[in-house]
Structure formats: structure tokens, C-alpha cells
Design a protein around this ligand. Sequence first.
Ligand code: ZN
Ligand code: ZN
Length: 243
Amino acid sequence: MAKTLAHDGYKPGDVILEAPVPYVQMICSQYRGKICNFCFKESESLKKCTGCGWMFYCDKKCQKSDWAAETRPGHKHECPVLKVLSFVDSVVDQGMLTSLSDMFFAAVRMIANHRVKPSLRKVTVNVLGIDRCYDDLISRLEEIKSDPQMSQSMGRLQPLYKQIFDSDVSLDEICEANGAFLENSLHITDPITKVKLGRAVYLESSIFNLHSSNPNATPVFLGNKLQILAIKSIPPSQPLHIP
Ligand SMILES: [Zn+2]
Ligand SMILES: [Zn+2]
């Protein structure tokens, strides 16, 4: 059933909402080291996080913005976990390690941060009159667990999670984080070339019906800033759909 909310209607080109920064974001693995992990700008001279060696930033400002924030998961709690990843060789083969997806990194970030700071799950944004927090997102936990292929692929990575977190990570924790990212993330695309650079979950966009094949609005990205524009005339209170 489509999500509905009260609004006064939109005409094509209207800005429905703006979100300055995602709750969690990850760049596609093929762009690691080529695009800033915070602002998504391309650069030849990104600086590597010396803590973990996995994240790259334009400068201190971007690094600081990604490190710790009151309202969203940050690199601070994930950096020691990713550091261990560089030394992992026993439980997974090197092929798997180099092909770890943006979804894996997003899940690690969420698990690491939600473990240390469970209150993040309740941080609320008000969007068009509706309060949304991480716990309001659809995670499809039960659906993933009951899908043999999905639960098998999550289960295959469980020893890796255990090794990098240095403690048991339950299949529920893994499926919930991956499910939340899969279900709620938008593809961040270059505004000019339309190339997919990464994916991000915005609490703000969770009021929309996502991954729609018949959208009436579209996301536009400036770096990691999101704008959602109406692309059709949308009568008052009609459900909002984005691709
Ligand atoms: Zn940057
Ligand atoms: Zn780091």
C-alpha cells in the first residue's frame, strides 16, 4: 500500500524537500579513493584516514564532518572496526574482501554506531509535518530471514562481522542493517553524467514511496545534499513516488 501524507499539491519543478546530509552513506566500491567519502566530490588528491585506511576525504573539514555527529552514525565508532578489516585473511578470501559492497560498509557503520549509541535510532527529523527516525524505516528483516538466498549470503559474511567486531554479531543485526540500507537507500548520481556514485539513506526520503516505476518526483544530488523535485502535477495529498 502506498504511503500517503497531507500536502497542498505540487507543480513540476517544485522543490518538495531538501535534506542537507544523509543518515548513512557509502560510495560504490569502485570509487573508493577517487571520491570523498563525505561530500562525494571527485579528487586526485584525497587524504586517507590513517586510522583504518579505508576512508578517503577532500580535507580535514570533510573528515571532521564524517567523524562524529550528534544526529547520525559517524566514522568514529566504525574506524576501529574497519581497521581490523585490513588484517583479515583467515575467514574470507581476498577476492571477497576487495569486492565488499557499499552495502556491507553501510551495515558495518550502522551496527558499530547503533551498538555504541542506541539513541541514534530515535533521532527525529520533521519532514512535511511527519516525524521520522531510523526505527521508522522499513528493514524487511523477516522477509530477508525467510529468503534462503538472502539469508545465506548474509550468513556467509557472519564470520567476517564476528572477526572485525571482535564479538558475535547476530544474523538479526546483520539482516536488519543490510535490509534497512537496501530498502531505504537512494542511488547518489553525478548531476551531470548521471553515473551512480554511491548510495545513501535519508530519513527525510522515507516519507516517499521509493524505487517506484511510475514516479511523480525525482531526487537531485549536489554532492551528498538531496533535493526532491516534483516532475508532474501532483494533486493535494496524492502519494509521492520517487524512482
Ligand atoms: Zn569532501
Ligand atoms: Zn578510519
